[in-house]
Design a protein around this ligand. Structure first.
Ligand SMILES: Nc1ncnc2c1ncn2[C@@H]1O[C@H](COP(=O)(O)OP(=O)(O)OP(=O)(O)O)[C@@H](O)[C@H]1O
Ligand SMILES: [Mg+2]
Length: 411
């Protein structure tokens, strides 16, 4: 009997849907074995607000994925989002342990651990400590110090932390489903694995994921994560704005956004009208397509200008040669590429898989699956960790699973 291939499962608990993706590694491609999706009302702005609701959505998405594959899913790499997640830089310093001064992998782990010791805020938990560069005896810019000689080892890191209660609720929901968390990953880091090429990350790029309740972004340069952030505004806000602006119900506003929505009103003919009764029998009259586009543009302007301010704060405003890569359901809005190009003054494109894929490739080309697929691939890179089923997992159990991040960022 042939050996069973290692499979990896990604679980993306978004504000509008839960998505599951199951992958395995082939010789020359990542094989997408199964996907599943279910609506959720238990998550708001990326954070679980109703555990029971979320549990039933996760179960439904897993059931759908299991129908397509013949394995049982016992553990998953779980994504985390929400504006409680923060990114900050921190430096760690240690004395090299070996007498002859040769730097070992243990020293690298120790210095990364030291960088993690930022002033402890109550109710916060460090999710990732991402090394940027190392410094050996004052010499800067070292990518991998293992095997070098030195007395003093320093590291500059990017630390991503989140609210302890949000993390615990995520653990609680997966636990109730009977699913163990093999790793918890800040979602944009996983999404980047699918839709950003190594080259883009090398020369400088920003990934922007416009979800239902949040917009998250991650800036990469020289192959490293430079900066990231999460805004508590997503594409559902556009739907709400349309409902208020047109005085229609939310369902109709969503249909109008998806069918007639456009991000750049100046490209729309002023005379174009939508017959509302055709979309919803309870409505009457018409509405103007250009007016809808103006509503959409106003909200997207707000989102992209907040991101521009943040890029300015890190001196990268208009300065990322590989430009903007858009993903998430909100990126499917017509004309969004032109708008983002104007506001951020950067080339822009809609994210497409940048790695070789086989199997259910078409599903993954949809931005809605990019995060779950990235999370599953993250698990492949971490290497099939043995995952214990630990009912009632407490936070200590989760933290252990977080320490692998640097594997993904060291050469
Ligand atoms: N064709 C489309 N045009 C415009 N918007 C769309 C389209 N398709 C989906 N959307 C919007 O995308 C959003 C859902 O995107 P996505 O699935 O990425 O969000 P999520 O992952 O559930 O949320 P979050 O990441 O914020 O937690 C919804 O607001 C939906 O209205
Ligand atoms: Mg999302």
């Amino acid at each position: 009997m042939p050996a069973r291939k290692a499979i990896s499962v990604g679980l993306d608990i978004g504000s509008s849907k839960v998505a599951v993706c199951v992958v395995s590694q082939n010789a020359d491609a990542v094989d997408i074995l199964a996907v599943g999706r279910a609506k959720t009302t238990g998550v708001r702005k990326g954070v679980i607000v109703d555990v029971e609701e979320t549990v039933s959505s996760i179960t439904a998405a897993l059931d759908e994925a299991c129908k397509l594959s013949d394995f049982e899913i016992g553990s998953a790499v779980v994504g985390i989002g929400g504006s409680h997640l923060t990114s900050e830089t921190s430096r760690g310093v240690i004395a090299v342990s070996k007498v002859d001064g040769e730097i070992t992998e243990a020293d690298v782990s120790k210095v990364i651990e030291a960088a993690k010791a930022v002033p402890n805020q109550p109710n916060r938990e460090v999710l990732h400590v991402i090394p940027k560069t190392f410094i050996v005896d004052g010499q800067e810019g070292i990518i991998n110090p293992v095997g070098m000689s030195g007395i003093r080892l320093e590291v500059d890191t990017n630390i991503i932390s989140g609210s302890l209660s949000a993390i615990k609720n995520l653990a609680r929901a997966t636990d109730q489903v009977g699913l163990a968390i093999s790793e918890m990953v800040f979602s944009p880091l996983a999404t980047a694995k699918v839709i950003l090429s190594k080259q883009q990350q090398e020369i400088g790029v920003i990934l922007i994921d416009i979800g239902a309740g949040t917009t998250s972004y991650a800036v990469f340069e020289e192959g490293d994560l430079l900066h990231s952030g999460v805004l508590p505004i997503g594409s559902d806000h556009i739907t709400n704005d349309i409902a208020i602006g047109l005085r229609t119900n939310i369902n109709l506003a969503e249909i109008i956004k998806i069918k007639y929505g456009y991000a750049t009103p100046e490209k729309i003919n002023e005379k174009e009208e939508i017959d509302l009764a055709k979309l919803d029998k309870t409505e009457e009259g018409t509405t103007n397509v250009k007016y809808v586009a103006e509503i959409i543009e106003a909200r997207l302007n707000e989102i992209f200008m907040l991101i521009r301010d943040d890029l300015r704060a890190i001196n990268r405003d208009g300065m990322l040669p590989a430009g903007v890569v858009l993903t998430g359901g909100g990126a499917k809005l017509e004309g969004i590429q032109d708008l983002v190009k104007d506001i951020l003054r950067l080339p822009s494109q809609i994210g497409k898989p940048q790695i070789s894929l086989s199997g259910l490739v078409d599903n993954v080309a949809d931005p809605v699956y990019a995060t779950s697929c990235g999370l599953a691939i993250w698990g492949l890179v971490s290497g099939g960790q043995t995952v214990r089923r630990t009912p009632g997992t407490e936070i200590g159990g989760i933290v252990d699973k977080l320490k692998n991040t640097f594997k993904h960022f060291l050469p």
